[in-house]
Design a protein. Sequence first.
Length: 91
Amino acid sequence: MVYEQLNPSPEQRTVIDSIFVVHRARMNALDKEYRDVRHQYQARYDAVIQDTREAIAGVFPPDVATEYRRLLAEYDERREADRAAERAGRN
């Protein structure tokens, strides 16, 4: 930590430690808020995508709509596999 380069006294370290305790609590709360909002956003985003796909499927006759849904499922599987490989490559 940068502040350690200033050789704080034991009393100063105690104050700095208490600042970090408060900071951690605030960051944890902020992280939780972000995860909650992101989850809500993702659910709404997915719903729009699904509604759009169903609207497009509704344009086609039933047999073609079935094929369209099958192609979408394949596309989603490939995309998820690519994302999983990307995540694995980062680790």
